[in-house]
Each structure stands twice: as structure tokens, then as C-alpha cells.
Write a protein that binds this ligand. Structure first.
Ligand code: NAD
Length: 294
């Protein structure tokens, strides 16, 4: 970990126009956070209904700010107008930094990143919000790998202060500096970390999920585990957290971790997350995971 991320951003030119790929849990959150702190952002998805959902989630968050007296309606409206929904790469030539937040699949991400790069100015930065996939690996098909790094937000984006900025083998100092500066402009606390599966936080979190899955195989009651972890003092237990993260996202991330750390992270047979994934119980995003949601 490079402790003082601030020093990276000193000479960085600020991001004036951002974009995010994916309007899901994370993409929608990034769009809201960027716009609410004054950096306009294009939010691109391939599904119109995802854009609608991303916009309505951002709208809800802005309304919450108005209700709490933190924003006037006029300021909230101005910020909300800073989010431009898009189904195409139309305006991407004017974007300074793109956050990629599509599904946690190495092949999908690689093809989306290579496609996006074609529409960007030569000095624009591409940053992936991947939870676990190596940044060096994702950079392999890019024409300008020096302009690429990781920018890993946490869920929910508007609440979680930390952002991991990940340096891939070819990421330039300028790419790191601009990404750190953008994270700061969004009101976040960036740390610069080296590249490995799971980076820092998920190297800690996924073994915890693995421990929980093992206990479930041994017959533990997930609700009791959740309640116990809450009493231990954590805001939520592992089952509820998996529902918040998205069981599908956790499933894909788990594969990456198992490949990266087979001695520690590979499991025999299927576990609770695999099971829920197969049943398409993806958590809060589709109303059912470990728990059922309205
Ligand atoms: P999600 O399923 O909620 O959203 C993904 C979105 O990407 C969907 O709206 C989908 O339509 C869209 N998409 C798919 N292909 C696309 C393309 N080619 N172009 C544009 N949009 C496309 O997933 P999420 O939870 O927001 O996760 C997104 C990324 O963020 C993943 O890499 C995940 O690992 C990472 N992440 C997730 C969390 C979390 O807690 N959920 C936390 C940190 C990082």
C-alpha cells in the first residue's frame, strides 16, 4: 500500500467530464457521487431499463439530501442534470476519465474496455471498478495500457469513504494521479495499492465469506450467524452483506479469488453462494437472495 495517496494527485489536471459504464448498483452510485460533487458524468449502459433504474436511484438519493436540508431543490436539480444517460459512445471523445462498472467477468470487461478505448481521446484515463480481477490482465488488449488502472469503489458508493486505486504493471503515474484526484474530488479517501486478485479489501473479505460458506456446509443457520456478527459489532452479517453486494457479483469474484489463491480459496463441491447463484437468487438487486425483499 502506498500510504499517502494525496501526493500523487498534486499535479494532476482535474477531471472535468467523467463517464461510467454500467448503471447497476455500482455504476449508478458512481454517477450520483460524481454529479453530487460537481463533476458531470455520462452513465452508459446497454439496457434502457438499467439506465432508468440508475437514474431513479440517483433521484432518490438527491431527494433524501433535500429532505435532510443538505441541498436546495435547485442545487439538487442542477446536480441531477449532471448525469447524462447514454446507450451509445456518442460524447466519449470529450471525457477525461471513464469508470468501467460492468459485470465481473474478465472477457466481458476486456471487450468493453477495448471497445471504449476506441472512442476516447489519447490522454483519457480508463479505470476499472473490478472487485477482484487483475488490472494487468485487463490491460492486455488495450492500445494504451499506460492510461489504465483500477478505481475500486465500495457499496453503497455514496456512503463508503474508501476507494482503492490500483496500479497495474503498465499504469502510468499520470493515470494514478488523475484517478486519485478524481476520487478526492468525489469526496472519497483514495489509497494506492498494487495489483493482485482482490487487491486489499477483498483479500480480507472473500476469505471471510469462504469461512461463512464452510460453516453453512457444516449446518450453520445463516440468520443466526448474521445476528451474531451484528452483536459482535459489525453493521451486518455475511449473508446480508452478500445480498447487498449481489450474489452474482460475489460468485464471479469468488472464481477469480479461487484462481488467484487456489491453496486458500478453492472449495470442493458447491457452496451456498454457488447454490443461490444457480437459483438466480442474486440478492437485493432482484428481490431474493439469502433473504427475501419486497
Ligand atoms: P450490476 O449487475 O448491478 O450492474 C452491472 C451493469 O452493467 C448492468 O446494468 C448491465 O446492464 C451493465 N452492462 C453490462 N454490459 C455492459 C456494457 N457492455 N456496457 C455498459 N453496461 C453494461 O453489477 P454491480 O454490482 O454494479 O457491479 C459492477 C462491477 O463493480 C463489477 O465488476 C463488480 O465486481 C464491481 N463491484 C461491485 C460491488 C458490489 O458490492 N456490488 C462493489 C465494488 C465493486
Amino acid at each position: 500500500i502506498k500510504k499517502s495517496a494525496g501526493k500523487y494527485a498534486k499535479n494532476a489536471t482535474p477531471v472535468k467530464q467523467a463517464a461510467v459504464l454500467g448503471a447497476g448498483i455500482m455504476g449508478g452510485g458512481v454517477a450520483y457521487q460524481s454529479a453530487s460533487k460537481g463533476t458531470p458524468i455520462i452513465m452508459k449502459d446497454i439496457r434502457p431499463e438499467a439506465l432508468e433504474l440508475g437514474l431513479s436511484e440517483a433521484n432518490k438519493l438527491f431527494n433524501g439530501q433535500i429532505e435532510r436540508g443538505r441541498l436546495t431543490a435547485a442545487k439538487a436539480l442542477k446536480a441531477m442534470n449532471g448525469i447524462t444517460p447514454a446507450l451509445s459512445y456518442g460524447e466519449f471523445a470529450h471525457v477525461d476519465l471513464v469508470v468501467e462498472a460492468v459485470v465481473e467477468n474478465v472477457n466481458v470487461k476486456k471487450s468493453v474496455l477495448a471497445e471504449t478505448e476506441k472512442y476516447l481521446a489519447d490522454d483519457a484515463i480508463l479505470a476499472s471498478n473490478t472487485s477482484t480481477i487483475s488490472i494487468t490482465e485487463l490491460a492486455k488488449d488495450l492500445k494504451r495500457p499506460e492510461n489504465f488502472c483500477g478505481m475500486h469503489f465500495f457499496n453503497p458508493v455514496h456512503r463508503m469513504p474508501l476507494v482503492e486505486v490500483i496500479r497495474g504493471e503498465k499504469s502510468s503515474d499520470e493515470a494514478i494521479a488523475k484517478t486519485v484526484a478524481y476520487a478526492q474530488a468525489m469526496g472519497k479517501t483514495p489509497i494506492v495499492v498494487n495489483d493482485c486478485p482482490g487487491f486489499l479489501v477483498n483479500r480480507v473479505l472473500f476469505p471471510y465469506f469462504a469461512g461463512f460458506s464452510l460453516m453453512m456446509k457444516e449446518g450453520a443457520d445463516f440468520q443466526l450467524v448474521d445476528k451474531t456478527m451484528e452483536r459482535f459489532g459489525w453493521p451486518m452479517g455475511p449473508a446480508y452483506l452478500l445480498d447487498v453486494v449481489g450474489v452474482d457479483t460475489a460468485f464471479h469474484a469468488d472464481q477469480v479469488m479461487a484462481e488467484g489463491f487456489p491453496d486458500r480459496m478453492k472449495h470442493e463441491g458447491i457452496n451456498a453462494v454457488d447454490c443461490l447463484f444457480k437459483l438466480e437468487r442474486f440478492g437485493q438487486k432482484n428481490g431474493k437472495g439469502f433473504y427475501a425483499y419486497e
